[in-house]
Design a protein around this ligand. Structure first.
Ligand SMILES: Cc1ncc(C[n+]2csc(CCOP(=O)(O)OP(=O)(O)O)c2C)c(N)n1
Ligand code: SF4
Length: 277
């Protein structure tokens, strides 16, 4: 097993949920390497935030992008070289606030990338402002009297955006998370894994999650069943929180579609773009 360690000093707060994500991604990558995936064919793309520091702590090829722009960057990498496994580390702020348009459109296009959304339900690196998925009433730097808005449900958003792989995991269930990450990376097309990742410094919900999460049965689901599972928890507190792979469907990737167009136009990229754009 490769340690994938780097010499970068780790600056996460002790007890941060990101440590669980790091352990899980190392496990998933090692499993892929054992199955013959070449290390040089794995590319990590980071956003900005605590979650995005993950690339510093992994001895793998990586590209550090801008806040809310990592998904667009990753989609470009995947389009330029279809042999690569492209993995994005992004926070809920980057994915659902700054970068929400890129998230929605990459899912719709079925770009062949894996998005790992570390959901600590606030902007952590900037010390606790509310995001689109913060629970109503969350008190923080930008909402001293409590967040006034209802949270959106990122899984339902991905479902409506036609994402072809949608899962939820918990950073303290490392083996379960590692297996979902591995499945997501192997999936051809856009895979989205929401990782419930406690930020112990600004929104410590470890006990809450430990009491509420459960692993849903691993089985094929109808659209209605998948949606029901995604909406079982309303992000405001009530209800149990299912984890697992909720939805997976094979459909043509954006890269395959573009490659076909390029072939049809005998490699004339200009003609291909005229048609496609
Ligand atoms: C376009 C843009 N807006 C705001 C910032 C400031 N900023 C840097 S990190 C950060 C918070 C990141 O939160 P999130 O994306 O949820 O990741 P986390 O730190 O929680 O992992 C913000 C708002 C920025 N760098 N760029
Ligand atoms: S601020 Fe929160 S998310 Fe960031 S390292 Fe500390 S505990 Fe983790």
């Amino acid at each position: 097993m490769e340690s994938l360690e780097t010499h970068c000093p780790n600056t996460w707060c002790p007890g941060c949920g990101n440590f669980g994500v790091l352990a899980a991604i190392k496990k998933a990558v090692n499993s892929l390497l054992d199955q013959g995936v070449k290390k040089e064919n794995i590319v990590l793309v980071s956003d900005i935030g605590c979650s995005s520091k993950s690339t510093d702590y992994l001895d793998l090829n990586s590209f550090d992008s801008l806040h809310g722009r990592s998904i667009a960057t990753a989609a470009g990498v995947a389009l330029a070289n279809p042999d690569l496994k492209v993995i994005v580390f992004i926070g809920d702020g980057g994915a659902l606030n700054e970068g929400i348009a890129h998230l929605v459109h990459s899912a719709k296009r079925n770009s062949n990338i894996t998005v790992l959304m570390h959901n600590n339900r606030l902007f952590a690196l900037t010390t606790g402002q509310f995001t689109a998925v913060s629970p109503k009433g969350l008190k923080g730097k930008s909402t001293p009297s409590g967040a006034p808005e209802e949270p959106i449900n990122p899984l339902a958003l991905m479902f409506d955006s036609k994402a072809s792989f949608i899962a939820r995991a918990y950073s303290l269930k490392i083996d379960h998370l590692a297996s979902l990450i591995e499945k997501a990376i192997k999936h051809e097309g856009f895979s989205f894994v929401e990782i419930l990742q406690p930020c112990v410094s600004f929104f410590n919900n470890v006990q809450f999650y430990n009491e509420k999460v459960y692993e849903a049965e691993d089985k094929e689901r109808t659209l209605e069943e998948a949606r029901k599972l995604m909406e079982e928890w309303n992000y405001n507190g009530e209800g149990k929180i299912p984890l697992g792979l909720f939805y997976s469907k094979k459909r043509e990737t954006y890269e395959s579609l573009v490659n076909k167009l390029v072939k049809e136009k005998e490699g004339d990229i200009e003609k291909c773009l005229q048609i496609h754009l």
